[in-house]
Write a protein of this length. Structure first.
Length: 307
């Protein structure tokens, strides 16, 4: 008779192991995830594999695909327009990353606090992040109108400057697109940095004030080291975002004028959807995926070593 309770006690962990952490069956989380997994498989992973396959063929929709091996990759690597697009992508990526990180850091320092006024300001400044990039591009196209009646040119005229060509000038178009990217990404960086600032021990500020440490020294020796995890996240995301930049350039300039703002993704778009050269476009996309993965891993390793 005494063995029955013992067996029951031993059986309880087995029964508990068959149930999830929330008390339901183990298969329930997978059942809930199944729609999202099927969606990702259909619209992300299967097209990714198909793109890898197409990069090895000369795609002819009505005549049948022709195997070309690595010829598409050779075409991408030897194409002068792709090299120019890569240069523009790197310039935009570095400029937007540095500019948005600096501006986001400055905004976070200015808007740190818990008052209602700061909450309203932070909400207003964060609006570009939740606004469609296409809408942002159209608004900035209006602001950048190149004649003297354009909004920014009219303000510049008050100071006897301009009018500037902005998006219509090959020498100014890339910088103009970069400013839009900085304006769009800085509020997101601000939020991440604000979250990082809350994790810094406030007693360090008090000790620094007692020791007579200047504001710049507090930023240099307390704030910046405390924000290294947040900066690591921002640099990783910026590395991915900079290589995939497309919508801002496509809406603002379409890669022009005279190819002065053509980036990697706009070149892929023009080959794949305008010239129907899907094999070369797929090869370029595959190379972009590979570089993105390598750059992300390298950025993570570099930021991890500096912690």
């Amino acid at each position: 008779m005494t063995t029955i309770p013992v067996l029951r006690r031993r059986a309880r962990p087995v029964v508990a192991a068959r149930r999830g952490l929330l008390g339901g069956p183990v298969w329930l989380p997978w059942a809930l995830l199944l729609p999202a997994l099927l969606f990702a498989l259909t619209f992300k992973f299967i097209p990714m594999v198909e793109g890898l396959r197409m990069s090895l063929f000369k795609v002819q929709p009505f005549l049948g695909d022709e195997w070309v091996g690595l010829e598409n990759y050779r075409t991408v690597l030897t194409d002068s327009r792709f090299r120019g697009a890569l240069g523009h992508t790197l310039v935009l990526g570095i400029g937007q990353t540095v500019g948005a990180l600096f501006l986001g850091f400055l905004l976070a320092l200015l808007l740190e606090g818990s008052s209602r006024t700061l909450w309203v300001l932070r909400t207003a400044i964060f609006l570009p992040v939740v606004t469609a990039v296409a809408v942002i591009g159209e608004v900035w196209r209006i602001l950048y109108f190149p004649s003297g009646t354009g909004f920014i040119n009219e303000i510049a005229g008050w100071f006897r400057l301009g009018p500037f060509g902005f998006l219509s000038d090959p020498d100014q178009a890339l910088v103009s697109v970069m400013i839009v990217g900085i304006w769009t990404a800085a509020p997101y960086n601000m939020v991440i940095i604000l979250a990082g600032l809350t994790g810094i021990d406030r007693t360090l500020y008090e000790a620094a004030a007692v020791d007579g440490v200047s504001r710049w020294q507090r930023i240099q020796y307390i704030v910046v080291p405390g924000l290294r995890p947040a900066i690591s996240v921002l640099l990783t995301l910026a590395a991915i975002r900079s290589l995939r930049i497309f919508t801002e350039v496509f809406v603002l300039t379409g890669g022009g004028p005279a190819g002065s703002t053509e980036v990697w993704m706009t070149r892929v778009f023009s080959l794949g959807f305008q010239r129907n050269d899907l094999g070369v476009a797929s090869a370029a996309s595959t190379l972009l995926l590979l570089v993105t993965v390598l750059l992300t891993l390298g950025m993570r390793l570099a930021t991890r070593r500096t912690r």
